[in-house]
Design a protein around this ligand. Sequence first.
Ligand code: DON
Length: 310
Amino acid sequence: MAIMSTPTTFRPVLERIAEEIERTPGSGRPADYIPALAARDPRRFGMAVAEPDGTVYGVGDWREPFSAQSITKVFTLALDLAREGDALWEHVGREPSGNPFNSLVQLEYENGIPRNPFINAGALVVTDRLHTRTGDAAGELLAFLRAESGNPDLTHDEEVAASEAAHGDRNAALAHFMASYGNIDNPVPVLLEQYFRQCSVTASCADLALATGFLARHGIRADGTRLLSRSRAKQVNAVMLTCGTYDAAGDFAHRVGLPGKSGVGGGIIAVVPGHCTLCVWSPGLDERGNSVAGVAALDRFTTLTGLSVF
Ligand code: DON
């Protein structure tokens, strides 16, 4: 098998992967616990690769907007770390949970401190802290995504946010439980509104691959300013590798070998530090909430290109 590692060869690799995915459609199902997401066609597939200079390539539905959901947790983590630094880690851990993304079980044993910033409990803590510091966590996130993607049309999807709020008992339970340990600053209804708006951001593979670029550029934003120190950018990549796909993080590291973050809208972002960022989208999910075709496509990408963090 040819090992291709120069960026100019990304396009043929993407075309080959799209053909393979089309021949073997995945078995996954769209998320249905957020009713507004259930209607997406599981056969849709798009993939984009962005180089550190902002050049972006794609195949399939790579310009089709989809619900970013938990992918946004990478950006709120980075935005909060940029403001409060290591004090965040007193409120949320950085260990894989080995449990589903919306699980409650560890929180009581571990005194209301979530295992990591990517399970729902941990993401709620990060959004709460970002909201305290900015007064508008979801707005801060949107402004960042617009700037980094160069797409001023990115927006929250009010219908998705309302749909999730109407079925948000589990996130409400997580937030109230952590509040009882003093680990949430804002009133729970305020936090939940911010969190559901955050998760409802609609963006394409091209947008999200570009917006993730600061993690390939060692903390540098698209405009050349620094968001995170080199060391903090490495730490965010490390938490993505170990926790970004929840109780499938070991399998994802084994198959893909890159820092990655999934969302129940069917998207996954991934980082090859120093080289490129990726975003793949296909709405059919496995039982752990990760896109079946998305993981398969990233698996093929790292196999065909030889790119890896290992
Ligand atoms: O809070 C939730 O359940 C959703 N807004 C986000 C969950 C999610 O994307 C998990 N990722 N695979």
